[in-house]
Design a binder for this molecule. Structure first.
Ligand SMILES: *[C@@H]1O[C@H](CO)[C@@H](O)[C@H](O)[C@H]1NC(C)=O
Ligand SMILES: [Cu+2]
Length: 300
């Protein structure tokens, strides 16, 4: 047989799924282990919406003030006498990473603009990556921003690749959310882990539950925010990274009475952990291995 010019590596993913019914919602949590070394944590939300009753049966009954502004419903009329209330969902992941051993450092790899000097080049600017090893906890409290982009690496400062890069894995955020509540609001004091999307703490077996052990009675004194504000040393130590996946939810009629699944995820991705693309170790598939699909235009 002629040697095919084209070959591919099939993407094979092991999915470990857990579904938790919490009150009215179902949380589908998938841990995906991929052959390129990526671990993806995915959260899907479904279930029954949180609703409140109303005397309104139609939007045209909602009271208006003199200026014509409608009364604030804090939600959407989904059906006669039913309002789906605006709310958030937050799921925090406790990532007790040991990259090539227990002692790791957290590195903010900040992308920056480098301006060229006048007359140096027809170009005005380039990009550069500024690596900051985070020394203490407060510096590891991260608010994501498109206009101040960073990568977030967890490296083993004592281990390097053949060409000298520290071995690492990075946390790759995707769509998430930040709470809009006042920090002194009781639910926000308990849920203060949503004040940042990423936190880094030194490992401590008593500090595992981000909103404290007894969340409902909590005054917020036993939470990730309080631990992290002690600003302990986190360089070259056994560290824990906390990533929070959030969803703002303004309900719409399609969410009622039962919701289609909404999902988001984040990745743990190797960054100079392998010497080369680890997928090359997988046996290739060739053209003749693949199923052939053809149009069935001649069958009546
Ligand atoms: C470990 O966590 C507990 C609970 O927050 C705290 O009382 C203790 O001081 C912590 N230990 C260290 C070494 O930070
Ligand atoms: Cu929701």
């Amino acid at each position: 047989m002629e040697t095919p010019l084209r070959e591919v590596r099939p993407k094979v993913t092991l999915v470990v799924r857990m579904v938790a019914s919490v009150g009215n919602y179902d949380y589908i949590i998938d841990y995906e282990f991929q052959t390129d070394g990526v671990m993806r944590a995915k959260v899907g939300l479904s279930g029954m919406l949180m609703v409140k009753g109303t005397t309104y049966e139609n939007k045209n009954q909602v009271k208006k003030d003199k200026e014509g502004n409608e009364e604030e419903l804090y939600g959407t009329i989904l059906s006669e006498n039913v309002i789906g209330v605006i709310h958030d969902h937050y799921v925090t992941f406790y990532l007790d990473l040991d990259v090539d051993g227990p002692d790791n450092s957290f590195v903010k790899v900040n992308l920056k603009r480098q301006e060229t000097a006048p007359g140096e080049s027809p170009r005005k600017s380039y990009m550069k990556a500024v690596r900051n090893i985070v020394k203490t906890e407060k510096d590891g409290q991260i608010k994501l921003s498109l206009y101040d982009p960073s990568e977030y690496h967890v490296i083993n400062p004592g281990k390097t690749t053949r060409v000298g890069n520290p071995t690492g894995y990075k946390v790759v955020p995707r769509a998430t959310a930040a709470s809009l509540l006042d920090h002194d609001d009781p639910p926000q004091k308990r849920g203060a882990f949503t004040n940042n999307q990423i936190w880094v703490t030194p490992y401590n077996k008593s500090e595992q539950w981000a909103s404290g052990l007894f969340t409902y009675q909590s005054h917020g004194d036993d939470t990730l925010a309080v631990w992290s504000d002690r600003d302990r040393d986190i360089e070259n130590k056994d560290i824990v990274v906390w990533y929070t996946l959030g969803f703002h939810h303004i309900p719409c009629q399609e969410d009622f009475p039962i919701m289609p699944t909404v999902s988001s995820s984040f990745d743990l991705k190797p960054v100079n952990f392998f010497e080369r693309n680890p997928i090359l170790k997988a046996a290739p598939n060739f053209e003749y291995d693949l199923p052939v699909c053809g149009a069935k235009s001649d069958s009546a």
